[in-house]
Each structure stands twice: as structure tokens, then as C-alpha cells.
Design a protein around this ligand. Structure first.
Ligand code: GRF
Length: 203
């Protein structure tokens, strides 16, 4: 199965998925990594493993619609079974999301439905939460709102700052995201109107 990964930054989740593929833990192949930013470090990680890279800069397009159409053209060359958003910091259009319906997944650094959007770690601290975490979910039109597939929890300690917490959550992200990509490649996950299913069991 063909995997395409979209990034904007460091790409540590991309790295976790690359490693899982190299170790044959995932029966799939990352055929392309696409970034909207030319200086994303994740592009270096991809090139180190001889994965095709593309930069599709949003600055070269007049509208979100045109940008997303350009992305689709690049992505579809690789006929992906799964399109993985790994720190891709762009809101996608309804047309894009519909085109990859059931194939498009994202990782978000909170226990969804809590803390959609940005600054999730600071928000968890400010709220006095005792636990925090990350979620892998199917992408729908609703930002950070699609059916949750898998979550991991971490404790929040009283002296944590946002960076401490982000680091603790990242360790978990790198465990759960490759696992979900593996299930996607095995065609075991389905998105339905009432949620996500693994092997026909509602998650
Ligand atoms: C992660 O925290 C992820 O949850 C969020 O963006 C960040 C990407 O980190 N969506 P990296 O580029 O994978 O290191």
C-alpha cells in the first residue's frame, strides 16, 4: 500500500512512521512526503531515506481552493491508500477532505474532543487537568473533529510547563501514529457516519 505524508515542520511523527516501515512493522511504503514549507526539517528526514519530496507552497496560490487542487494533483500521482497529516499546519478545503474521505488521518496533541485547535498543552495546564494526551482521527470537514481512532494518555505533573508536557505527549504520538498507519495499510479501519471502526468493531 502506498502512503503519502504531509508535513510543515520537524517531522518527528514522519520519522516514527519511516522507522516503522523500515522495520517492516508497517506493510506499506511512503511514496512521497509533501510540505507547504521549503525549510521543513521533515524534508531532510525523507530525503535521507530516499523518499520523494515535494514542496507545494501555499504562497504560490491565490486561494485555498487552488492550493488544495495543486496538492491533490501531486498526491494522486502516488495513488495512496492512506494520506497522513503529520504536523501539516494548513486547514484543508471541503473538496480536499471529500476527495480523500476515509483515507485521510491526522494526529492532534490533545485528548479530543478536548482542546481542538492550537496551544493544547498550555490549555491543559491552565485548566488544571490531571491527564492529557494525543489522538489520531479521521479527517472530516470539521477541524480536529473527525472520528477518533486511537488515543494515548499521559499524566500532567504540577510543575510541568508546556514544553515538558509536549515532550511527554510526543513520545506517545510516535507510538500510536505508526500503529494506526499500519491498520490503515491493512485496510482494517473504516470511517462511518457514527464513528471509526477497527475490524468492524466500533471504536
Ligand atoms: C505534533 O505535536 C502533532 O500532534 C501536531 O503537530 C506536531 C507535529 O510534530 N499535529 P512533528 O512535526 O511530527 O515533530
Amino acid at each position: 500500500p502506498s502512503i503519502v505524508v504531509l508535513i510543515s515542520g520537524s517531522g518527528s511523527n514522519l520519522q516514527a512512521i519511516i522507522d516503522a516501515c523500515l522495520q517492516n512493522k508497517i506493510d506499506g511504503h511512503i511514496n512521497a512526503v509533501i510540505s507547504n514549507k521549503a525549510d521543513a526539517y521533515g524534508l531532510v528526514r525523507a530525503a535521507q531515506t530516499n523518499i520523494n519530496t515535494h514542496v507545494v507552497s501555499h504562497k504560490d496560490f491565490e486561494s485555498r481552493e487552488l492550493y488544495d487542487q495543486a496538492l491533490v494533483e501531486v498526491i494522486d500521482q502516488y495513488q495512496p491508500q492512506v494520506v497522513v497529516l503529520a504536523g501539516f499546519m494548513r486547514i484543508l478545503t471541503a473538496n480536499f477532505v471529500e476527495h480523500y474521505k476515509g483515507k485521510l488521518i491526522n494526529i492532534h496533541p490533545s485528548l479530543l474532543p478536548k482542546y481542538q485547535g492550537l496551544n493544547t498543552h498550555q490549555r491543559a495546564i491552565d485548566a488544571g487537568d490531571e491527564e492529557h494526551g494525543c489522538s489520531v482521527h479521521f479527517v472530516t470537514e470539521e477541524l480536529d473533529g473527525g472520528p477518533v481512532i486511537l488515543q494515548a494518555k499521559v499524566p500532567v505533573f504540577s510543575d510541568d510547563d508546556a514544553d515538558d508536557l509536549a515532550q511527554r505527549v510526543h513520545v506517545q504520538e510516535h507510538l500510536i501514529y505508526p500503529m494506526v498507519v499500519k491498520w490503515m495499510c491493512e485496510d482494517r479501519l473504516k470511517m462511518a457516519t457514527d464513528g471509526a471502526y477497527l475490524d468492524n468493531e466500533r471504536l
